[in-house]
Write a protein that binds this ligand. Sequence first.
Ligand code: UDP
Ligand code: MG
Length: 319
Amino acid sequence: MALLSVVLPAYNEEQNIAHTVKVLSELLERHGIDYELVFISDGSGDDTFAEIRRAAEQNSRIKGAEFSRNFGKEAGIFAGLELTTGDAVIVMDCDLQHPPETIPEMWKLWQEGAEIVEGIKKKRGRENLFHKLSAGLFYKIMSKLIRMDMNSTSDFKLLDRKVVKVLLELPERNTFFRALTFWAGFRTERVEYEVQERLFGESKWSFFSLMRYAITNATSFSTLPLQLVTVMGVVSLLFSMILAVQTLVRYVTGTAVEGFTTVILLVLIIGGFLMVSLGIIGHYIARIYEEVKGRPKYIISKVTENVPETVKGIWRKEV
Ligand code: UDP
Ligand code: MG
């Protein structure tokens, strides 16, 4: 019988674990799906891991790990994938904002041969206008950059073991799970779902963390910003040629005294272009620097009893 693994990254979700376990195990048992739940506590400052451990003691289908510090959801997803043994893996938020009722639908599509099932957001849940706008803009830009329709996609997906294997073998540190499944290809189906409201706790995203996420992902997936530097160079070159002609004409006709405004503007514009360009290049160098150092995506500090110690990324069983 095929096994379904569900990966649930959790950061300060102590209030959600027990409820999520209950909802998911009841649902999967009702549908006769053989399952395991893999929780990754992302360096939580609360009792999230204690809750995971408690759940694992009661139900051997549940396992989990704790990071040594907060490494971010992306790292949580990859650590989760590493711990799974299922023939298919579903990644979802542990606050149940990704509706569990969608799981049987995804499972059915997988049984019918789909290798990736993308969860597509029907409408965004209750978020403030600013969040909605910035997230909307982010996905518009991302879609352009990576030339695929990113709008409405999320981290809620089902992946066949083949795809999980591909993702786990990627050498890069800065991953972007949401877009990587598009990049990987494979036979993809989509299911629509409605984002639910969070039951307990609150969203972990602040405006700044969202911006950082956007920039990191845009640059980890595309080198287009670097080409922007060339575009700015070409624009200022054209501009300066026009000005050069004007300046020469003025010199020849003997009216070349004025022009401070032009000089000030030119200095400011070119200075601005240069600094932005340096910033973009610097950002990529920082990315290269991080990749070259080759540090692990995450460090696991604790695991539940039923996790084999041989799993990659586990440095010590208990700290
Ligand atoms: N999460 C995580 N590490 C983080 C931030 C969030 O593992 O640093 C988890 C979080 O516990 C939740 C999921 O990622 O299961 C989505 O986070 P959240 O609900 O805060 O984001 P939102 O649903 O508002 O986009
Ligand atoms: Mg959430």
